[in-house]
Design a binder for this molecule. Structure first.
Ligand SMILES: CC(C)(COP(=O)(O)OP(=O)(O)OC[C@H]1O[C@@H](n2cnc3c(N)ncnc32)[C@H](O)[C@@H]1OP(=O)(O)O)[C@@H](O)C(=O)NCCC(=O)NCCS
Length: 205
């Protein structure tokens, strides 16, 4: 049986090929725009082309509350993807896109997981029911599906408010770092200590 640690390690694996930049300047937000426009048909809110001026306005409005990253290929320095969480009415909502040249290599799942881990709170997401790649990048180890058949969009929420962020009390490595626990439920490991992203408290599970 595959452990959660193995699942999360595999999710993160593609990040090794990428240089990660936190978005802190308008120029980086414009790179987000370029990647976003190339995949605009997949988005739930607005499928139209975003102009540089519109992105300026987006940046002005969101720069203090959003957490966003742009990811570049190490070898070529080409922008591969962006991922962001945006604060809307008290909830963080994720959004991401991968440049068409780099799709299907696990980058979508990896950057989405990365931005979720960088977010101090639980994250919500929506996907078009027709967008299979977007639905599947929400890995079940991290996300629960909240499926209301009456709603046109599929809703996701990080499990129990946060994906499992566990550390091994023995080694202080990520959970299962001591190699003594082989099950698929990290909360059952006697050494597991939960890093609670909501309140910042570390404590026994
Ligand atoms: C959605 C998107 C980010 C996925 O990026 P990606 O790097 O291609 O995705 P991954 O390689 O991580 O694959 C994620 C999952 O989708 C599947 N997938 C990828 N492309 C697919 C496709 N065209 N059709 C069906 N499934 C696909 C993969 O097999 C994988 O599933 P698995 O975990 O069962 O193996 C990318 O397609 C994209 O940028 N789309 C346009 C923008 C968008 O729709 N953003 C999401 C809305 S916020």
């Amino acid at each position: 049986m595959t452990s959660i640690f193995e699942i999360l390690t595999k999710l993160e694996e593609p990040l090794k090929n990428l240089r990660i930049e936190r978005v802190e300047r308008l120029e980086q937000a414009q790179i987000m725009r370029e990647i976003r426009n190339l995949g605009r048909a997949g988005f739930t809110s607005d499928g139209s082309e975003i102009t540089p001026e519109q992105q300026n306005a987006f940046w002005e409005k969101n720069q203090d509350t959003m957490i966003a990253f742009v990811y570049y290929e190490h070898n070529t320095a080409r922008p591969v993807a962006y991922a962001a969480v945006l604060l809307r009415e008290g909830k963080y909502w994720s959004t991401n896109a991968v440049h068409p040249d780099f799709r299907g290599r696990g980058y979508g799942k990896a950057v989405l997981y990365h931005v979720v881990m960088a977010c101090p709170r639980d994250v919500w997401a929506m996907a078009l029911r027709t967008n299979t790649a977007s639905i599947k990048e929400h890995n079940p180890a991290v996300w629960e599906v909240i499926d209301d058949p009456k709603e046109p969009l599929l809703l996701f929420h990080t499990w129990k408010g946060r994906p499992p962020v566990l550390r091994c009390a023995r080694t202080d490595n990520p959970c299962f770092g001591c190699g003594e626990f082989k099950g698929d439920d990290p909360t059952k490991c006697p050494h597991a200590h939960l890093e609670n992203g909501v309140c910042g408290r570390k404590g026994p599970v």
